[in-house]
Design a protein around this ligand. Sequence first.
Ligand SMILES: NC(=O)c1ccc[n+]([C@@H]2O[C@H](COP(=O)([O-])OP(=O)(O)OC[C@H]3O[C@@H](n4cnc5c(N)ncnc54)[C@H](O)[C@@H]3O)[C@@H](O)[C@H]2O)c1
Length: 447
Amino acid sequence: MRIAMIGSGYVGLVSGACFADFGHLVTCVDKDAAKIAALRGGEMPIYEPGLPELVASNVRQGRLTFSTELAGPVREADAVFIAVGTPSRRGDGHADLSYVHQAAREIGAALEGFTVVVTKSTVPVGTGDEVERILAETRPDADFAVVSNPEFLREGAAIADFKRPDRIVIGSEDERASQVMAELYRPLYLNQAPMLTTDRRTAELIKYAGNAFLAMKVTFINEIADLCEQVGADVQQVARGIGLDNRIGGKFLHAGPGYGGSCFPKDTLALIKTAQDHGTPVRIVETVVAVNDQRKRAMGRKIIAACGGNVRGKTIALLGLTFKPNTDDMREAPSIAIVQALQDAGARVRAYDPEGMTQAKGVLDNVVYCADAYDCATGADALAIVTEWDAFRALDLEEIKRRLKAPIIVDLRNIYRRDEVERHGFVYVGIGRTAGGVPARFGAAAE
Ligand SMILES: NC(=O)c1ccc[n+]([C@@H]2O[C@H](COP(=O)([O-])OP(=O)(O)OC[C@H]3O[C@@H](n4cnc5c(N)ncnc54)[C@H](O)[C@@H]3O)[C@@H](O)[C@H]2O)c1
């Protein structure tokens, strides 16, 4: 099958490369000429493990090409995927659908023969209807069907997620389109990936409901972590204790600095707006968003408290800036609010991230970027682990201690054992774990 992938970002590029790997002929299109030039030159515009090899091998075998021009690839395609961004609209939090609508207009102008137009971007319920309307308006004579096929890949594990998904959701009410979708994903259901076919609106809502649920799960354990600190319980054991219950499940129960990234923040907001517009507010999700927003900055205050309550003139070293490991994505990363809180309190910030520093430079001002974790710790008054990159899991703690001015570690991802760190003479502050089960108000000042 011939595929035109409109938008070659995290989702478009990964999906395009994976479909090519299944044997389809894919053109990844993007308006961003620099991105396409980089891809043609064999350079990846994003960091995603395994992607350079996958792209290179499919380019070599002639199944994957790149273009800034949409009309040609769309004309030849059996399926056109819309994988453009749907960020939060400035001001009100609704999903900004201008890129989707613009792509639909351009696709409509180029359609030839029966074509399935697939929204892979995360879009509010009813967007498929609007895409259909735009296509019909642009080209009343065109033969097409609009399908919803939300994407569930996670950055950092995107290729494995695409190739071995928990499920594939197809929102289609057109038999010809359903057949094209079945053919596109055939290699996957030979591997028995569950394929859920629904009407289009249901498919659109599944994506938002899924992300909102996961955001709620993370936020729930974060609040339990705060309670653990006050009562002298250990959130990791609480998470394990509840996660072993199959009805709850152990995933997404890691307490931390709050969720960020390119999806949860904007998707929860968009769901709230959709629900309000339909007179059925999702109060749980509204609360999740409010709690998470406050949490990110509160993590800055936690670091300040660990330094004795005052960081004016002090230097704080941050390890990890991206919203999670194995990506260079800085969108809505908790580090942004943490750096802001520290700088507002008069601290100087040094930071190191294995892959995210180029992107971080675009969003964080007045940060000293360092060569590695040890360089970052040098001369700092405290070290905070913000993102749990593997490179930070086995630091030489003696060396870190030698480099720091004061031996304080704030571990916002709970990747270290307290006793191990304390054995090296550090003051250790984790999330939802107090010293020896002592409630925070009776325990070490640092907590
Ligand atoms: N990033 C993720 O982990 C993830 C996971 C699942 C779903 N999604 C959803 O997928 C969609 C895309 O997300 P992303 O992270 O890949 O975004 P992104 O910002 O990385 O990429 C979007 C790309 O689309 C391009 N573009 C915009 N309008 C275009 C047009 N008319 N023609 C050609 N190119 C155009 C942009 O230049 C950009 O390169 C969003 O709706 C997002 O919510 C993202």
